[in-house]
Design a binder for this molecule. Structure first.
Ligand code: ATP
Length: 233
């Protein structure tokens, strides 16, 4: 469950909040599109939800934890339950695809055997297992994006946040990602996806959070996400 009550966020050194008075709740295991024009605050909201930034006002609960009053140790543990696909991928250039994807599990102290098994499972899920030994800089944009998605999915996060996760993907790959989101929801993961891709939203109608000028324009409830099954190719 995600719950925000009158949350504002003002980055350090900026005179005014970039997010203002956000109140919203997303039950566990549900999907939301995060929509709004460029500059509306989508990435800023995702940065709040990934705990990269803290609210400057209001209350925020994530996965049953009150972020507002949490200790650093609590936030560190909470962060490990969240998967994030950043808009710019943030892959480590000197590392292989495998090591990039394995990082979240290694940080959790998983055994090398479990790490290998899980990393190859998500690499295969995202169709990048054949690139495991390559460095990110040698990959296409779409391959890098799928690597970033694999890294976000390893360890089965309870909350998956994705910032424009299809902008480097071909249409078929983007549709396949929708099926992946559907599978995550069925496993009880909450999924929030910021996108400008109207065709994709049309393909999978779902409730959405619409931002405008740093505040919520509406939460548009159109029913649950419904990706047609059998599209995975
Ligand atoms: N750290 C920061 N310092 C100053 N301004 C910021 C900071 N972070 C965000 N902003 C401003 O907040 C506004 C919202 O930015 P944000 O990147 O969240 O929008 P967005 O909806 O994700 O846009 P896009 O769709 O283009 O990615 C912008 O005007 C941006 O310049």
């Amino acid at each position: 469950m995600i719950r925000l009550l009158n949350v504002s966020m003002m980055p350090p050194g900026v005179g005014q909040p970039v997010l203002r008075n956000l109140t919203l709740s997303v039950p566990q295991g549900e999907f939301r599109w995060l929509l709004g024009p460029s500059g509306a605050g989508k990435s800023s909201l995702l940065r709040l939800l990934t705990l990269e930034t803290r609210p400057s006002a209001g209350q925020m609960d994530l996965l049953g934890v009150s972020v507002t009053h949490a200790s650093r140790a609590t936030l560190r543990n909470l962060r490990r339950r969240i998967g994030f696909v950043p808009q710019d991928y943030r892959l480590i250039g000197e590392w292989t695809v495998f090591d990039n994807v394995a990082l979240p599990l290694r940080l959790r102290g998983a055994s090398e055997r479990d790490t290998r098994r899980e990393a190859f499972a998500v690499l295969e899920w995202l169709d990048v297992a054949h690139l495991a030994d390559k460095r990110p800089g040698t990959l296409s944009g779409g391959e890098q994006q799928r690597t970033a998605i694999a890294r976000a999915l390893i360890g089965r996060p309870e909350l998956l946040l994705a910032d424009e996760p299809t902008n480097a993907l071909e249409d078929a790959q983007a549709r396949r990602l929708l099926t992946t989101f559907q599978e995550l929801i069925e496993m009880g993961t909450t999924v929030i996806v910021a996108t400008h891709n109207e065709a994709l939203v049309h393909e999978a109608p779902a409730a959405s959070i619409v931002l405008q000028d740093g505040t919520i324009a509406n939460t548009d409830i159109q029913g649950g996400m419904s990706v047609r099954r059998g599209e995975r190719s």
